[in-house]
Write a protein that binds this ligand. Structure first.
Ligand SMILES: [Fe+2]
Length: 200
C-alpha cells in the first residue's frame, strides 16, 4: 500500500467525546461507500473481533464496545472510492458528523507507517494488530476445503513464514504490532479465528 501521510495527529473535537455514529448508520455508510463485498466483509470481521476483544479482554461497557466495533467497521470505508486519499476522507466525514475524537484517532492510526499517525490507546493498537492479521487469516481460511473448521494458530504461523503466501501482508508490520502490545502472536491469531469465523 502506498503511503497516505495524513499530516496531523489530532482529530475531531474533544467536545464530541462520547458521540458515536449509530451502528445502523455505519452500515448504511458502508453499503454506500463500499460496493466491494470482500472489502465490506473484511471490515465486518475486524469489527467483530474488535468488539469481542473490548468485552472479553478490556471489560468494556456496551458503549465502549460499540466504539471499538465502529472503528473496525469504518476503518477502510474510503479505500474503494478514494484510493488516493484513503483514511483522510473517512476521517473528515466523521469529523463533519461530530463523532468522538477517540474513534477518529483509532481509524487514523490503523497503519502508522502509511498514515504517519502513532497508535496511542489500547483501541488504536488493537485495530492495528487485527487489521494486519484478520485479512491474512481469512485468506488462509479461503484456500482450505473446510475453511475455518479445524483452522488453528499453528497453521497460520506456518503460513506467515511462507513469504509467497499473501505476500502483500507485510511481515515487518506484524512484528511492529507485536512490539507495541503484550499479547503473543499465537494468542492473537487464536482470538481472531474464534471471533471472525462466523462473519461471512
Ligand atoms: Fe483493513
Amino acid at each position: 500500500m502506498p503511503t497516505h501521510l495524513i499530516g496531523r495527529s489530532v482529530f475531531g473535537n474533544p467536545a464530541n467525546a462520547g458521540r458515536l455514529i449509530p451502528l445502523e448508520e455505519a452500515h448504511l455508510l458502508l453499503n454506500e461507500w463500499v460496493p466491494n463485498e470482500r472489502l465490506r466483509l473484511h471490515m465486518k470481521q475486524v469489527a467483530a473481533v474488535m468488539k469481542a476483544w473490548a468485552i472479553e479482554k478490556e471489560g468494556a461497557d456496551e458503549k465502549t464496545a460499540l466504539k471499538w466495533e465502529l472503528a473496525g467497521l469504518l476503518h477502510d470505508a474510503d479505500w474503494e472510492k478514494y484510493p488516493n486519499d484513503h483514511c483522510r476522507i473517512i476521517i473528515e466525514e466523521l469529523e463533519r458528523r461530530e463523532i468522538d475524537p477517540e474513534l477518529i484517532h483509532c481509524i487514523a492510526s490503523h497503519g502508522p507507517k502509511y498514515f504517519g499517525v502513532e497508535p496511542e490507546t489500547k483501541m488504536d493498537k488493537m485495530i492495528y494488530a487485527f487489521d494486519e492479521l484478520s485479512g491474512f487469516i481469512h485468506a488462509a481460511a479461503l484456500i482450505r476445503p473446510t475453511r475455518y473448521e479445524g483452522l488453528d494458530a499453528k497453521s497460520i504461523l506456518k503460513k506467515l513464514k511462507t513469504a509467497s503466501f499473501a505476500a502483500q501482508v507485510n511481515r515487518d508490520d506484524i512484528n511492529d504490532v507485536l512490539s507495541r502490545i503484550d499479547t503473543s502472536l499465537e494468542d492473537l491469531i487464536t482470538f481472531i479465528i474464534e471471533h471472525q469465523k462466523q462473519i461471512n
